[in-house]
Design a protein around this ligand. Structure first.
Ligand SMILES: [Zn+2]
Length: 348
């Protein structure tokens, strides 16, 4: 996915604009105020980075949610290796997941579509994996993630053409939805779920040239062209939910397109005592939820912890680097997200 605007940066630029409007006489006072605000902001960033990690780590996730099993799924997916769209590794992942979801009562379909490969220009076949449970039940929800990995870790400071297994970015959403599939049979009789894994979220070799969200756009257009008998009430997208130091904030596009759903899920987290869900807007993320909201008009939120591993100047950054590996993720974080999402579904 793409990060559009960081909330911290935004508030800094706003205070900068306000500062410019001040007269020169008031400049000194303004400067003192800005320094004070910056000090408080820096302190908040620091405490934010430590606080959720401690709280999420101490939260006891009740059975049947299983952190070790979820982490096992993440390892299983990453053991396949890098899984870019239109590769043999992606096909192996599709076979593994088809078998997995069918064993848990899902009816699986590969929704195939063709795109031009951004590097070769040749037509290649991509496929969203759709697993359906109770398609005719009156309350239907969409749970989704992308399952392709970026071709290269192009933000890696040492080896931008190195090996990228996308444990958090690509693997974590899949592993979480695998764990969730173990609990679908517990949902109320009138609640049905589709798990959809999008291909081609980031078949991006060159930024600015190559398109994101190929799979979710195809899915959204197909949803409009061939509407299902029972439309989705809402959707939840999981992306980068495996970070050891889990901290999930309201995401701005989710807030704008699906505010009630955002509030409802975070309210459930609060009720469960899950403090890793922090009801404040932090990032604006362009992700697979945009085509779902804009084209398919399915109110969909993105649950994402973009600060991987944590915010702050000088903190390491694992996003789109060779460091996005299972060792930097945690089954506890995966289980925490599954706990919230599944409990939220239980109360629908
Ligand atoms: Zn990515």
């Amino acid at each position: 996915m793409l990060l559009m605007l960081d909330q911290v940066m935004q508030s800094e630029s706003q205070s900068g604009q306000r500062g410019n409007a001040f007269s020169s006489i008031r400049f000194a006072i303004a400067l003192v105020a800005v320094v004070a605000i910056a000090t408080v902001a820096a302190w908040q960033i620091g405490s934010r980075s430590a606080q959720p990690a401690i709280k999420s780590a101490t939260l006891v996730i009740p059975p049947p949610y299983d952190a070790d099993r979820a982490f096992g799924y993440l390892n299983q997916i990453c053991d396949i290796g890098p899984r870019p769209s239109a590769t043999a590794a992606m096909q192996r992942q599709q076979e593994l997941l088809t078998d997995f979801f069918e064993k848990r009562g899902g009816k699986v379909e590969l929704q195939k579509f063709n795109v031009r490969h951004p590097e070769t220009g040749q037509a290649v076949e991509l496929a969203n994996l759709i697993a359906r449970w109770k398609p005719n039940s009156p309350k239907r929800f969409l749970l989704c993630a992308h399952y392709d990995t970026r071709p290269f870790p192009d933000r890696d400071p040492v080896n931008p053409k190195g090996r990228f297994v996308g444990a958090n970015d690509g693997g974590s959403g899949v592993a979480a939805l695998m764990e969730l599939a173990n609990h679908i049979h517990l949902l109320p009789a009138d609640v049905g779920v589709d798990i959809v894994l999008f291909d081609g979220e980031e078949l991006v070799y060159r930024e600015g040239r190559d398109n994101y969200f190929l799979g979710s756009e195809h899915f959204a257009r197909d949803y409009v062209a061939n509407p299902p008998k029972v439309p989705y009430i809402g959707g939840i997208l999981l992306d980068m939910v495996g970070d050891k130091e889990l901290a999930i904030y309201y995401e701005r596009n989710s807030w704008n397109y699906a505010r009630e759903l955002s509030k409802s899920v975070f309210e459930k987290a609060k009720e469960l005592g899950v403090e890793a869900f922090i009801p404040r807007i932090r990032h604006e993320i362009r992700d697979d939820h945009l085509p779902l909201n804009q084209i398919a008009k399915i109110p969909t939120i993105d649950l994402i912890d973009f600060d991987y591993p944590r915010p702050g100047i000088g903190a390491p950054r694992y996003w789109h680097t060779t460091q996005d590996v299972p060792e930097n993720c945690s089954g506890h974080s995966l289980a925490t997200v599954v706990y919230v999402v599944h409990q939220w579904l239980m109360s629908q």
